[in-house]
Design a protein around this ligand. Structure first.
Ligand SMILES: [Zn+2]
Length: 231
């Protein structure tokens, strides 16, 4: 087993792990902030509200037109001179009056709906402007995240290529043990020894261990169980 080779591999793997972690954070940070989501929601609601009142206004207007036609037909008949039966004349008169009352009430509703359409239109304009501002602000804020994401992806690609090449120069048994240890020790299988301190767990090791590490022998930290390598 060549400890130095494994230590080099460990450094690569640590760098890859760090970059992957950072990439995850950068991706997560690019989720739209609540303020932007709220602005989007407001704009969507404004569109729906405007459509609702426009439709309402349109339907009421159609209804008023239909009442107008009915009233006009009844009036024509009333004044046509063709109707002479007093009962029928009286009925026609009542119908015209009744239509007039309904029309008057409906016209009030039309006006109300029109006011609502105007309000909804104003809200939509305001909501669209707010959304545009929020989007522009977020694009500006997140531009550096996007750039970092691209840099990380590129760096990771290169590191993984290097890792692949380097792993082929290490014997299978050592590699297997290294991978196994990495899994058990939270990604850190080989650690440096600074003077007589294990950099994996910060405990000091014996002089014999230091000597063995310096000689490049396979030595484990008695405390954390990681392989030790000279810095
Ligand atoms: Zn240790």
């Amino acid at each position: 087993m060549n400890i130095h080779q494994l230590f080099q591999l460990q450094k690569l793997d640590t760098e890859i792990d760090d970059k992957k972690k950072r990439l995850g954070e950068v991706l997560k940070a690019q989720n739209e902030p609540p303020a932007l989501r709220a602005a989007r929601q407001r704009a969507e609601t404004a569109v729906a509200e405007l459509q609702k009142w426009q439709t309402k206004h349109q339907n009421l207007t159609l209804e008023v037109n239909s009442l107008n036609t009915k009233a006009k037909n009844s009036e024509n008949r009333l004044y046509s001179g063709k109707v002479t039966n007093p009962k029928e004349l009286s009925d026609l008169q009542h119908e015209i009056e009744s239509l007039g009352r309904r029309k008057s009430a409906l016209e009030d509703e039309v006006l109300e709906a029109l006011v609502m359409v105007e309000d909804a239109q104003a809200e939509k304009t305001a909501a669209d402007e707010a959304l545009e501002t929020a989007v522009a602000q977020w694009d500006k804020q997140s531009a550096h995240l996007k750039a970092e994401q691209n840099e990380l992806a590129l760096a990771l690609h290169k590191l993984m290529q290097t890792r692949k090449t380097r792993a082929t120069t290490i014997d299978a048994t050592s590699l297997q043990e290294y991978e196994q240890l990495r899994k058990q020790k939270h990604g850190l299988a080989v650690v440096g020894l600074r003077v007589n301190m294990c950099l994996g767990c910060r405990t000091t090791v014996s002089a014999n261990t230091v000597k063995a590490v310096d000689e490049g022998r396979k030595v484990y930290c008695g405390d954390c169980g990681r392989l030790l390598a000279a810095l």
